[in-house]
Design a protein. Structure first.
Length: 263
């Protein structure tokens, strides 16, 4: 089973790139972020025509997450528990059926948090606390679980071409990185770092100053695997070439192959 994550930075603006990539890479499950559309405006027909079931939690103009699956989606739950007043569409989880049993997958668009010292940064940290609390409950179910998405956190200096340039950014603050470590330490495996330990493995390049051409990137899109998912990990890849397309998203897909028999 190939499980992928991609912040598409507007599904309407980049639908052609998304459908082309789906045809080429043929992932079984895809977690999308930053759809920037309400549920009714999501291009469901175009995606379903490629053989995917769709679960969407959208929002007008901002945010929005989705899960696409070639296997049946038995249940889908939008919204991250812990704050009934939080109207941001940043989280959706679903159970995917396979012949090897169910796999639970969450698509996550974690808050950016900038600028530091504002309520936006406080919201980011509080959201991460809610995510950790919910993840702890999910881990207790002892099932294969994948937390996939744009976490808006650079885990270590190894995950940025020029770490010093991010010291004043919410993505690289000690508090943000500590919260991510706390989440992972609950029992998750960072899929990419489980198989690759090198530098230069990035999932985001800013649109400004030729960042992509200079490989001035950062790794903020992650696949976190529960123990029962990590046991089945085979390989991980980043589709960097997608960023070189005309009018691309500023993120690229990351994917992992797990030993599950798909239907």
């Amino acid at each position: 089973m190939r499980i992928a994550s991609w912040n598409v930075n507007s599904i309407k603006a980049h639908l052609g790139a998304v459908t082309s990539w789906l045809k080429e890479r043929e992932p079984d499950v895809v977690c999308l972020q930053e759809l920037k559309c309400v549920d009714e405006a999501f291009p469901r027909t175009e995606i379903e025509d490629l053989g995917y079931n769709v679960a969407v939690h959208g929002q007008k103009t901002y945010n929005g997450v989705a899960i696409l699956s070639k296997n049946p989606i038995d249940e889908a739950k939008p919204r991250l528990p812990g704050d009934e007043d939080d109207a941001h569409a940043r989280y959706i989880e679903a159970t995917i059926s396979t012949t090897d049993g169910a796999v639970r997958v969450a698509s996550i668009y974690l808050p950016n948090g900038n600028p530091i010292g504002t309520d936006k940064f406080k919201y980011k940290l509080a959201w991460m606390d809610r995510l950790a609390a919910h993840a702890r409950e999910l881990l207790a179910q002892e099932e294969p679980l994948v937390l996939a998405g744009d976490f808006n956190v650079i885990p270590t200096p190894l995950d940025a071409e020029f770490p010093d340039k991010w010291t004043d950014d919410a993505l690289f603050q000690p508090e943000s990185r500590a919260k991510l470590r706390e989440l992972v330490s609950l029992g998750f495996t960072d899929a990419l770092r489980a198989v690759h330990d090198g530098k230069g493995l990035y999932t985001f390049w800013d649109y400004q100053a030729g960042a992509f051409q200079k490989n001035n990137g950062i790794r903020i899109d992650h696949l976190l695997l529960s123990p029962k998912a990590a046991d089945r990990l085979q390989s991980v890849g980043i589709d960097k070439k997608v960023r070189a397309a005309e009018k691309p998203s500023d993120h690229v897909p990351i994917f992992a192959d797990l030993r599950f028999a798909t239907r």
